[in-house]
Every structure is written in structure tokens, then in C-alpha cells.
Design a protein around this ligand. Structure first.
Ligand code: CTP
Ligand code: MG
Length: 225
């Protein structure tokens, strides 16, 4: 039986946050931001191990007490320059079996819930390809011209915003990322193989903390959790 694993890329810096501390360590609800995603993933009984991919020069992770997660949490100091590189390096270090399922989740999505995870796993565990959590686009979309004026309105029908976790078999994902490492999510690399990952409907609470104002919203949502 293939098992389920989580892999959390956390080797970025968070330049859009504009803070001197890397985004994953900014305080959120009395904990470093990355704690919240790790907590939800480690509490999920289907997931055997949660690998967290850190920058080789990371000196902050070990300063926190992670003992509550025991052996289930495994730091890997093998992050790369790009997110896709961090994920591929993490897959190599984790030594998973090709058929094992891996759920790649951004450290910067702290509001992931148990329900998001259960739904994703239930929808995809018998799938040939795998897939991702995503939400149908709600706003009207404008294409800008070179002067930051509206060139035209894009058709919204059928457009989804990709989130994480993105769930694929470890062998397929490693093959996809070896061939295509300029992508900003795992699904793009799998798509480049000619496959069609499934869109599993999530909700907007699982947003990515990117800009300073996102921290306040995350804090409010985590209080409700
Ligand atoms: N990430 C990574 N390795 C990289 C770049 C990003 O592991 N070389 C991780 C980030 O730590 C984050 C996730 O990928 O958990 C999503 O990326 P993003 O939100 O873009 O984070 P950053 O790249 O750190 O932020 P920014 O793009 O604003 O610099
Ligand atoms: Mg980035």
C-alpha cells in the first residue's frame, strides 16, 4: 500500500513581505508562521512523515522547540534557489518509494485545516495522476496593457486559483520536476508531461501569506480555527 507523506518547502526568504526575518519565521498567533501548517500536517493520521525543506544555511529552525511532533517531523537542509528545486531536492533526500503519495504544502499557508486535507486525500487517493486544492476565481479579471490600463477583460469561466497541498506520487513528481524546474507549482511540472491533474475545490481561507497585510487576516482566521 502506498503511504502518504507531506513535504513543506520552507527555503524561501519572503522578499515580498519586506521584513528582515524570513517570512516562515514571522510571529503569528504566538508561534512562527511555519508552525501552523506543520501542526495541521503532523496531526493528520493518514500522513506518515512531514518533511520540511530548509535552506542549507538556515539557522532559525532549530531555535524553536519542535519536540511535540516527535519523529513525525523531519527537517531536511537541502533547499534550492527556486521553489521547484527545493521540492526536488527534498524528494531526493526523503527517499520515498515511487508510488508513495506526497502532499507538497507551502509553509506560507498557515490556515490549512484538517478538513482541507481529508477532502484532498479522499478525492485523489485512487486517482491516476493526482491533483491540487484550488478555488474557482471569484473576481472579474482584467488584462493590463503597458500603461497599466485595461487592455481587455479576461473570460473568468473555468479559471481556478491554484493552492496547496498539491498531491502527486513521489516518482512522477520527481520526474516532472527534473524536466521542468522553472515552474511555481508542482502541478505545472506534471502538466508539462501532458497530464491533467485534478482540481479539488478548497476555499479561500487557505490563502498564501505573501504581503504584510496578509498576516492580520491569517491571525483572525487562526483564532476561529
Ligand atoms: N520556497 C522554497 N525555496 C525557494 C523559494 C520558495 O522552499 N527557493 C518556499 C517558501 O519558503 C514558501 C513556498 O515555497 O513556503 C511558497 O513560496 P512563496 O510564498 O513565494 O515564498 P517566498 O519565495 O519565500 O516569498 P517571495 O516570493 O515573496 O520572496
Ligand atoms: Mg517566491
Amino acid at each position: 500500500m502506498p503511504e502518504f507523506y507531506a513535504l513543506v518547502p520552507a527555503a524561501g526568504f519572503g522578499s515580498r513581505m519586506g521584513h528582515e526575518l524570513p517570512k516562515q519565521y514571522l510571529p503569528l498567533g504566538g508561534k512562527p508562521l511555519i508552525f501552523h501548517a506543520l501542526n495541521t500536517l503532523c496531526a493528520c493520521p493518514e500522513i506518515a512523515t512531514v518533511f520540511v525543506v530548509l535552506a542549507p544555511e538556515d539557522t532559525l529552525f532549530h531555535r524553536y522547540d519542535w519536540s511535540r511532533f516527535g519523529e513525525k517531523l523531519q527537517p531536511l537542509y537541502c533547499g534550492g534557489k527556486r521553489r521547484a528545486e527545493s521540492v526536488l531536492n527534498g524528494l531526493r533526500s526523503s527517499e520515498l518509494e515511487p508510488d508513495d503519495w506526497v502532499l507538497v504544502h507551502d509553509a506560507a499557508r498557515p490556515c490549512l485545516t484538517r478538513a482541507h486535507l481529508s477532502n484532498l486525500i479522499a478525492e485523489l487517493r485512487d486517482d491516476e495522476v493526482g491533483g491540487i486544492l484550488a478555488v474557482p476565481v471569484a473576481d472579474t479579471l482584467k488584462r493590463a496593457n503597458g500603461q497599466q490600463r485595461i487592455a481587455h477583460t479576461e473570460e473568468r469561466e473555468g479559471l481556478w486559483q491554484a493552492q496547496t497541498p498539491q498531491m502527486f506520487r513521489a516518482g512522477l513528481l520527481a520526474q516532472a520536476l527534473r524536466q521542468c524546474n522553472h515552474v511555481t507549482d508542482e502541478a505545472s511540472a506534471v502538466e508539462a508531461l501532458g497530464l491533467h491533474p485534478k482540481l479539488v475545490a478548497g476555499d479561500s481561507s487557505n490563502f498564501k501569506v505573501t504581503y504584510p497585510q496578509d498576516l492580520l487576516l491569517a491571525e483572525l482566521l487562526l483564532k476561529e480555527k
